[in-house]
Design a binder for this molecule. Structure first.
Ligand SMILES: [Zn+2]
Length: 106
């Protein structure tokens, strides 16, 4: 059998890589960034009971899916330690009022 080199029959299309975030999410992130900065300036200390550390991040007590991402009412100012702790111990964080069950929020 005679071997024939393969020949491309279609034209190569240079494709742009997919954007990392949608246009909608990019707009939300800009809003979030401004809200977050103002929130942390107005709430400078960690909301965890008996913690007086500087709040460096936002605990999204009801999660950050959909409209909850920008819902400031569900945000809690938090130090890095307690934010990580709440993620690692969801049941204890809920018991302390630092987090709520995602399905309980409407
Ligand atoms: Zn703390």
């Amino acid at each position: 059998m005679k071997r024939v080199p393969l020949k491309r029959t279609t034209v190569l299309i240079s494709r742009k890589p997919l954007p990392r975030f949608s246009a909608k999410r990019s707009r939300e992130q800009r809003t979030y960034s401004a809200l977050r900065q103002a929130f942390l300036e107005n709430n400078p200390t960690c909301a965890w009971p008996d913690c007086s550390e500087l709040a460096t991040t936002v605990q999204h007590s009801a999660g950050r899916v959909g409209e909850r991402y920008l819902d400031v009412l569900t945000w809690r100012p938090s130090c890095w330690h307690h934010n990580a702790w709440a993620e690692d111990h969801p049941l204890e964080a809920r018991a302390a009022g630092f987090s709520v069950a995602r399905l309980a929020v409407r």
